[in-house]
Design a protein around this ligand. Sequence first.
Ligand SMILES: C[S@@+](CC[C@H](N)C(=O)[O-])C[C@H]1O[C@@H](n2cnc3c(N)ncnc32)[C@H](O)[C@@H]1O
Length: 586
Amino acid sequence: MQKGRDFIKAIHRSFFTLHSNTSISQMDQSTRYRYSPTLKWNPMVEEYFIKAYGADHFSRISTALTCPSCYSCIRVNTLKSTSDAVIEKLLEIFKERGMHDVAVQESSTTWEPDNCCKATLKCTGSAESLKAIKSISKCQFPGLDYVVFVKGSGPHAIHYGDNEGKPLKEVIVSRKCAEAVLRGAQVYVPGVLACSAHVERGDAVAVSVAVEQYGPDGGWGVAMTRGTVIQGSQEDPYYFERDGLYIGQATAMMSRAGMFRVTEGVAVDMKERVYRLPSFYDLLEGEIFLQNLPSIITAHALDPQPGERILDMCAAPGGKTTAIASLMKDKGEVVAVDRSHNKVLGIQKLAAEMGLSCITTYKLDALKSVCHGAESDSLPNTCSAEDARTSDLLSTVNDLQLKDGQYPSKAELRKRIRQLKNGPGRNHTAGGRVEKSKGFSPNSFDRVLLDAPCSALGLRPRLFAGEDTIDSLRSNAKYQRRMFDQAVQLVRPGGVIVYSTCTISPGENEALVRYALDKYEFLSLASQHPKIGGPGLTGSCQLSDGFVEEWLKPGEENFVQRFDPSSDLDTIGFFIAKFSVGPKNI
Ligand SMILES: C[S@@+](CC[C@H](N)C(=O)[O-])C[C@H]1O[C@@H](n2cnc3c(N)ncnc32)[C@H](O)[C@@H]1O
């Protein structure tokens, strides 16, 4: 406790020493109340990324990460609706909400690989009359016309008002809260860290964010405890910390006392935002799914075919699982596993909402995905914790086969076993039971997706990146390799593995590909369709401890897709590699 207080005091001291010679009159108010964050990195990680990308490119990536993408990407559930129907419904909803000038973007652009999205999506950055949305358009990439883009706008310069020389009323929110607000969310009570004195319901407040600072003890922290009173003057110990970190103007929905007394509800209602993006919360449930473009492309790269058996190894919340099942027209089997019980329930709920019945879910540690031995020969190709029950069910299925007088396909048998175990349409029940699996038989899947847990250093908007160290990036890479080793065993010869991450870190991307190709001779990189992302990184990088990280070899770079957050496509940072699996000699 004392250590925490010392940390806070020390941070205050360091800020005061730094800024005490600056008078408020010297400060340009328009500079202060702007949004221009600088992403903080661990110095060694920054050095590593500068080696990988070059200083200028990395600086652009770093800046892009602090902003949301200027459009929302919606995947239409083609089993329930069409892009045209969704666009019509959204226009109707936006009209009801008073956004009259939202327009359908005509597909005037003829598609070319390099400018498809540039033409429809580039942010204008100008002060637009629209409150939230500029236009809605269908994606122009071939085969992706079920993807709808809803364009937002920003960054907007916001006039926070002239409070007749008195300090503005303000609210400071947590970093996580601010990142959500930049994506279109509201400010909920738990996200509020500090508030000016005497704020009453209905007051206009300037909203800024508290970002982690490097403390004198060598660690990162937020030098503020929840409930702090903002003074608003330069003597305010938090004054300079939030310089350039203002995300919009809001109306207080409760008094200051209320914000720190109640435990839930909207604390302030965002009226003017630096970035205006629509919220799709609770909108057209089951018909649409808000999903990043690279994630949608990942499902296409896997190229799942109706009737196949697919494994999604780290599946929650189920975005790619459901995208894969839709591409398969809900025919075949998508086995979705995750190690978190609640997240598996979430996948079941999503599958039910989207009306997808070919998804089977299990709680499983992907590091233990392979099940060897007699158990693995069981028909369902999963070694469930309930093997005894499974064998009873198998004999029931055998009876069914005899009664029917014909032998159904393996996929049909698996489906019938599932139904017997779970009852009809278990995926359609909310809060159901989560089945544990002990793993699957080797070579039992046609295709495997490993959308690996990673450092997530491609996610946007991001206001802080200092907590990742070279060591943490390395341990992610080790974890990913162990998972990949499992994927290799589970996929059948002739099958496909797709590996993806949402990080810009080459150690978790190109270095994984190098590891895979060097270790498994029967793996080769395969072309991906559609190919929208840029090439991968070739060569190697020597880290500060002398370790040399090997990336792609020349000629391999165009097989992978690297989505660069600073490119015109304006996506999150993302990486996709696709492997063809040849005859195995294991
Ligand atoms: C990048 S997210 C997956 C996102 C998902 N594929 C989607 O598109 O919706 C990574 C997931 O891996 C899960 N995970 C992490 N370690 C795991 C493990 N050892 N076994 C299974 N799942 C794991 C996490 O719970 C998390 O849900």
